[in-house]
Write a protein that binds this ligand. Structure first.
Ligand SMILES: Cc1cc2nc3c(=O)[nH]c(=O)nc-3n(C[C@H](O)[C@H](O)[C@H](O)COP(=O)(O)O)c2cc1C
Length: 297
C-alpha cells in the first residue's frame, strides 16, 4: 500500500476538488504550480478530443503532477484514462459507479486512483474493489449529494479511518489552515478542497458567484433537489422565496432555470450557485497560491 504523498507526488496533500467545467486548465495548473494537486473535472465529458485538448493544455502549462476526476458511469471512461495515461498522469479520482468496474483498468495503465465516497459502506467497498485511497466527503461539502441522511466530515473521516487501511482524504468544510490541521488530526492524510478554490482569483466562475459565496453566512446553504440527487448551493433570496411557497414545486422550478446562462451572466437569483457550508468562513477572493500557503502554514 502507498501513502498519499507518494500517490499524489505534489508538495502538499491538498487536492483541488473537481467543480465541473469550472476547473479550467489554467486553474488546474495554478494549483499544481502552487504545490497542491490540480485536478481536471473530466467526469461528464462526452467528447474524447475535448478531454485530450484539456489534458494537453494543462501539460503545456505545468510539469508538476496533476490529475483528473473520472466518472465510472461515463461510457468514455476507458478512453479518458488512456488519454490521461498517455499524457503522463499517474493519479486520478473516480466517482459515481462501481469501483470494481474501473480499478483493474486503472492499475493496468500504471495509474493509481482515489475513489470519492459519501459513506462508510462505500469506503469499505472501495477498498475491497482495489482503490488505492478514498476521498471521504462529509455532508457539508459542495457538490452532488445523495437523498439519504448523511454524516458530517468531523464524524465520517475518523469513522472511515477506523475501517480501512488505505489512505483517506478529507473533503467538505475545509477552507483554511484550521480545517486542514483538523482533517489531519482526524486521521486523513490530505484534503480535497472545492468551495475555497471556486472563490479564487484563478477560478473562472462569474464574479457574482464568488461574491454570493463571500456574502453567504452561517446556515446560508442548503441541499437542493436536482434530478434524483441533491446538490448543496447558496440559498439566495429568490430561492428562499421559492422554498417558502407551498404552491411551488422547487425541483421543477430549479430545473426550469437555464443554469448555463445564469452562470455565464451572473444572474443567480433563482439559479444554483453551488457551494459548501464552508462558504460562511470565506470572506475574500484570494489566489490559489495564497490559499494553499495559508492552509499548510
Ligand atoms: C460548484 C461545485 C461543483 C462540484 N462539482 C463536482 C463534480 O463535478 N464532481 C465531483 O466529484 N465533485 C464535485 N464537487 C465536489 C468537490 O469536488 C469537493 O469534493 C467538495 O467541494 C469539497 O467540499 P467543500 O466545498 O466544502 O470544499 C463540486 C463542488 C462544488 C462546490
Amino acid at each position: 500500500m502507498s501513502e498519499l504523498p507518494d500517490i499524489l507526488g505534489s508538495t502538499w496533500p491538498v487536492i483541488q476538488g473537481p467543480i465541473g467545467s469550472m476547473n479550467s486548465p489554467e486553474m488546474v495548473a495554478a494549483v499544481s504550480e502552487a504545490g497542491g494537486f490540480g485536478m481536471l473535472a473530466l467526469g461528464f465529458i462526452r467528447d474524447i478530443d475535448e478531454a485530450r485538448s484539456l489534458v494537453n493544455t494543462v501539460r503545456g502549462l505545468t510539469d508538476k503532477p496533476f490529475g483528473a476526476n473520472v466518472v465510472i458511469m461515463n461510457p468514455l471512461h476507458r478512453e479518458i484514462l488512456e488519454v490521461l495515461a498517455g499524457a503522463g498522469v499517474t493519479t486520478v479520482t473516480t466517482s459515481v459507479g462501481q469501483p470494481g468496474d474501473i480499478y483493474p483498468l486503472i492499475h493496468e495503465l500504471g495509474m493509481r486512483g482515489l475513489h470519492v465516497v459519501l459513506s462508510l459502506a462505500h469506503a469499505v467497498k472501495a477498498e475491497t474493489s482495489g482503490a488505492d485511497g478514498v476521498v471521504v466527503a462529509g455532508c457539508e461539502a459542495g457538490g452532488l449529494r445523495s437523498r439519504k441522511p448523511e454524516t458530517s466530515t468531523m464524524i465520517l473521516v475518523p469513522l472511515v479511518c477506523d475501517h480501512v487501511s488505505i489512505p483517506v482524504v478529507a473533503a467538505g468544510g475545509i477552507a483554511d489552515s484550521r480545517g486542514y490541521r483538523a482533517a489531519l488530526a482526524l486521521g486523513a492524510q490530505g484534503v480535497q478542497v472545492g468551495t475555497r478554490f471556486l472563490v479564487s482569483k484563478e477560478s473562472i466562475v462569474h464574479e457574482a458567484w464568488k461574491q454570493t459565496v463571500v456574502d453567504c453566512g452561517d446556515g446560508g446553504t442548503d441541499l437542493l433537489p436536482v434530478g434524483n440527487m441533491m446538490t448543496r448551493a447558496v440559498v439566495t433570496p429568490g430561492i428562499r422565496k421559492l422554498m417558502e411557497d407551498p404552491s411551488v414545486n422547487l425541483e421543477e422550478e430549479l430545473l426550469a432555470v437555464d443554469r448555463t446562462k445564469a452562470w455565464e451572466t451572473g444572474d443567480l437569483e433563482n439559479a444554483l450557485a453551488g457551494a459548501g457550508q464552508v462558504s460562511a468562513l470565506i470572506r475574500d477572493v484570494k489566489s490559489v497560491r495564497e490559499i494553499i500557503e495559508e492552509m499548510v502554514s
